[in-house]
Design a protein around this ligand. Structure first.
Ligand SMILES: Cc1ncc(COP(=O)(O)O)c(C=O)c1O
Length: 368
């Protein structure tokens, strides 16, 4: 090997120029920090904890090997869309748009609706990317606080809709990070009162007792957003939105031409076809969730909140201490302490495999 020439000193961007051209609201942000989890039991990001069976890995390897990666992917992702429609029982009459994760769809929806002066409304605390995308797109964000036990304050939501006439409402159904499912009757009232688009973000649908997807035709201003991230495909980055075609046609104009990469397009249909496996895993996680909830609630001073997701939200006497103790025991969870006044001393714990959950409970019992 030839010896490399020494690298020239890196030119530095002058701070005054960066400061002059980057938007002040972007300058004020910190980049989203993803915790490093090497060597840890990872219970921080609502992933499905089960590795793929060997036979399925081989099937995926075969599908991936046949992908012409020198070519752009199918811009319309037609085969994947057909597989998805089949998998969720969606007729061709409903509009469907795919995203590089539902995160990208949140961005697409926001950019498309961010007219000067337009408002995005959402309860808080909820998924932080709603507020962040409002900021990125220059939309005014109105947050409506949840009640103390994380119930939706429907009266306050309706009053805020009346006052601010939001172009866009986001409701996570069930909610992240609180885990609860708002009552369907309250969602209906919001849908009827909203002057614009209402996004029901069903990221956790696989673990919840209710969904508005079968009711999409009933509400012309409803968009149901989903992701495959929580059912075992977080690494593929695939989200989808279902709504009247009048909405998805407009959103499609904002979508980047090749937003779904070729590997995701071939792998996702293989996994979506594994209905039995996906349902079995969701079933195990739901039953493990019940076990975790009960065991956490039995710890002195710990309050556990109702959840219809694949995570459990619990308030500890001293969340930073519990977080650090778990970390020292090799377990990574998410601390929400300091995120929002309603989340003081709360940890969000993703439901893991039975063995991972045993390790979590053993570590917490030791700490208490
Ligand atoms: C409510 C909600 N919506 C959307 C997302 C983003 O999911 P994706 O992995 O599809 O970008 C998450 C991820 O945690 C979430 O909790």
């Amino acid at each position: 090997m030839n010896a490399r020439a020494p690298a020239p000193a890196l030119a530095r961007a002058p701070a005054d120029v960066v400061g002059a051209v980057v938007r002040p609201e972007i300058r004020a942000l910190s980049a989203y920090a993803v915790a490093k989890a090497e060597g840890l039991i990872k219970l921080d990001a609502m992933e499905n904890p089960f590795p793929l069976p060997e036979a399925l890995r081989a099937k995926i390897a075969e599908a991936v090997a046949a992908v012409p990666v020198n070519r752009y992917p199918d811009g319309g992702a037609d085969a994947l869309k057909a597989a998805l429609r089949h998998s969720i029982g969606l007729t061709d009459a409903a509009g469907l748009i795919l995203g590089n994760g539902s995160d990208e769809l949140i961005a697409i929806i926001t950019v498309a609706l961010a007219k000067p002066g337009a408002v995005m409304l959402a309860p808080e605390p909820s998924f932080v990317m709603y507020r962040m995308n409002a900021l990125y797109a220059g939309m005014r964000f109105v947050g409506v606080p949840l009640e103390a036990g994380f119930a939706l304050d429907t009266g306050a939501m309706l009053a805020a809709i009346d006052e601010h006439r939001p172009a866009l409402i986001f409701l996570a159904y069930p909610n992240n990070p609180t885990g609860n499912l708002f009552p369907a009757a309250d969602i209906e009232r919001i849908l009827r009162a909203a002057p614009g688009l209402v996004v029901l973000d069903e990221a956790y649908y696989a673990f919840a007792d209710a969904s508005f997807l079968p009711r999409i035709a009933e509400f012309p201003n409803l968009l149901v957003l989903r992701t495959v991230s929580k059912i075992g495909m977080a690494g593929l980055r695939l989200g989808y939105a279902v709504a009247a075609p009048e909405w998805t046609d407009e959103l499609n104009k904002v979508r980047q031409p090749y937003n779904l990469n070729a590997l995701t397009q071939v792998v996702a249909p293989v996994l979506l076809a594994e209905r039995g496996l996906l349902a079995e895993q969701a079933g195990i996680l739901k039953s493990e969730r019940g076990r975790l909830n009960a065991a956490l609630a039995a710890l002195p001073g710990v309050t556990v909140f109702p959840t219809q997701t694949n995570f459990v939200l619990a308030r500890f006497p001293d969340a930073p201490r519990a977080f650090a103790g778990l970390r020292a025991a090799g377990i990574l969870v998410k601390s929400l302490h300091g995120w929002h006044p309603l989340l003081e001393h709360c940890l969000r714990i993703t439901v893991g495999t039975p063995a991972e959950n045993d390790a979590l409970l053993a570590a917490l019992t030791q700490l208490h």
